[in-house]
Design a protein around this ligand. Structure first.
Ligand SMILES: [Cu+2]
Length: 156
């Protein structure tokens, strides 16, 4: 029990603040989001940037979103924008890494760009079968106006 608590603490400490993975170009209305699959051991490696299901990104409608997806883990992983749980089709044209259900090989990276053209609540998910249901996703909200942000929903 003590060892488990220590390990949990270590992993929690290793997750960097999420804004580190967000770069905003307010002038051009562009945002770059870096999703590192299996960043650390959090949730058995089924995480982006060290977070599993607790990150919420917000992007103003109309902005261009550039996603950098890196696979740091030993398994295949992908990044895609989907409408919700279990959806395997990108919610926006081009909003996924190549062959997202097969995923990127360990050590590989891919990028994609899409326009956040429609308001709503979406997910950044890994579409390799079983990974999203293992909580390998973030929440993405597209709303009218405002600025791009990212929050850890556990931080209250
Ligand atoms: Cu995955």
């Amino acid at each position: 029990m003590v060892a488990e608590a220590l390990v949990a603490l270590l992993f929690a400490a290793k997750a960097p603040p999420p804004h580190k993975f967000l770069a905003v170009d307010a002038h051009r209305h562009r945002v770059t989001i870096t999703l590192i699959a299996s960043y650390n051991g959090e949730n058995g490696g089924f995480n982006f940037d060290g977070y599993s299901r607790y990150l919420m990104w917000t992007v103003p409608r109309g902005w261009v979103v550039h996603v950098v997806c890196k696979n740091r883990g030993p398994l295949r992983h992908s990044c895609a924008v989907v409408n919700g749980a279990g959806s395997v089709r990108p919610a926006f044209r081009g909003a996924a890494t190549p062959h997202p259900q097969r995923g990127l090989e360990p050590g590989q990276s891919a990028r994609f760009t899409f326009r956040a053209s429609k308001r709503g609540v979406y997910r950044f998910a890994c579409l390799v079968p079983g990974h999203e249901s293992a909580r390998m996703y973030d929440v993405l909200t597209i709303r009218r106006g405002g600025k791009p942000t990212v929050v850890d929903l556990r931080a209250g």
